[in-house]
Design a protein around this ligand. Structure first.
Ligand SMILES: [Zn+2]
Ligand SMILES: [Zn+2]
Length: 339
């Protein structure tokens, strides 16, 4: 079978290797789609702080069950599946307290351990989730980033009837906004400096968009939400400007969820956090319940997903996915690698 190996930043070799046999507790997945995400792009540029080379990428994956080990009872050949790409220790404090997604020794497939950029990929059955037959294999490959959004929104709690501001309209920001809307938010406003991404957010049915370089963000918040402003602000970029906006435009007592991954250390006015009793939450990845909710949202057609899959590349041209992203001038959402 073929495997795509990133041997060094910016270099992918397609190798022909032995097809793996599933161990007794594993499901062997025939990989169908891999989504390329922001963290993968950091690996491509050699900028990911916790990844060494060679590495097999691929953590946003959908496929079908090709085979399974003798102890696996809950899957059949041909089942559509996704998997959670986390490898956890099971013994640290977070693992012992139901927070395995922030395991002290967390490894993520495609970064610190091999990912699924190969024709067949074995995964421990506990981490594999079966999908309804009606779910498209394209949408299935978005379950992973949707789960990131589900978990981020759940850090606030129930958004039903709440005003939600999302800073950043990339794939994660877009999905966070869509999940908030699907969860009954009263109004969702999304902010981005890219006209392309604003357009995508509108196509996906987000209530309002703003370009903070053209319009006054504080004024727009008042126009869209009224004087009570945003109940929750989800920062989905990970740069100084957006975290500053979050703290500056928060209402007294509102909640900020930090979703973006910061390349550079930001400076945050914690005086405002104190004085306004702001609640500041981090969010990382997801748990199984977030995957289950994501699968449900997709099954019930609650999300607009076709218009965020903007590009496709065949598996044997894996590197082209990154070339295409480089050449896009930021005008892309999800690039899908097709098998
Ligand atoms: Zn990802
Ligand atoms: Zn652990």
């Amino acid at each position: 079978m073929l495997q795509a190996v990133m041997t060094n930043p910016g270099i992918i070799e397609i190798r022909d290797i032995q097809r793996p046999e599933p161990k007794s507790d594993e499901v062997l997945i025939e990989v169908k789609r891999i989504g390329v995400c922001g963290s993968d792009i950091h690996v491509y540029y050699g900028m990911h702080p916790y990844t060494s080379y060679p590495v097999v990428q691929g953590h946003e994956v959908s496929g079908v069950v090709a085979d399974f080990g003798s102890d696996v009872k809950s899957f059949s050949k041909g089942d559509k599946v996704v998997f959670m790409p986390q490898v956890t220790c099971g013994t640290c404090y977070p693992c012992r307290h139901g927070m395995y997604h922030i395991c002290d020794h967390l490894k993520v497939m495609g970064f610190q351990t091999d990912g699924a950029a190969q024709e067949f990929f074995p995964v421990v059955a506990d981490m594999v989730l079966k999908l309804p037959e009606s779910t498209s294999i394209d949408h299935a490959a978005l379950i992973e980033p949707i789960s990131v959004a589900v978990h981020a929104v759940s850090q606030y709690g129930n958004v039903e009837g709440k005003n939600v501001l999302v800073l950043g309209a990339g794939t994660i920001g877009n999905l966070v906004a869509q999940v908030a809307k699907a969860s009954g938010a009263k109004k969702v406003l999304i902010s981005d400096i890219s006209v392309y991404k604003q357009q995508k957010a509108m196509e996906c049915g987000i209530d309002a968009v703003v370009n903070p370089q053209q319009d006054d963000l504080g004024q727009t918040i008042l126009e869209v939400f009224g004087p009570d402003k945003a109940d929750v602000i989800l920062e989905c970029v990970g740069v100084q400007d957006t975290i500053t906006q979050a703290v500056t435009y928060a209402r007294k007592g509102s909640t900020i969820v930090v979703v973006g991954v910061f390349g550079k250390k930001p400076t945050v006015d914690l005086g405002l956090v104190q004085d306004r009793e702001l609640k500041l939450f981090g969010t990382l990845m997801y748990q199984k319940r977030d995957y289950e909710r994501a699968i449900d949202l997709v099954k019930n057609g609650k999300l607009s997903l076709d218009n965020i899959i903007t590009h496709r590349i065949p598996f044997n041209q894996y590197l082209e996915a990154y070339k295409l992203i480089e050449a896009s001038g930021g005008e892309y959402m999800k690039v899908m690698v097709d098998f």
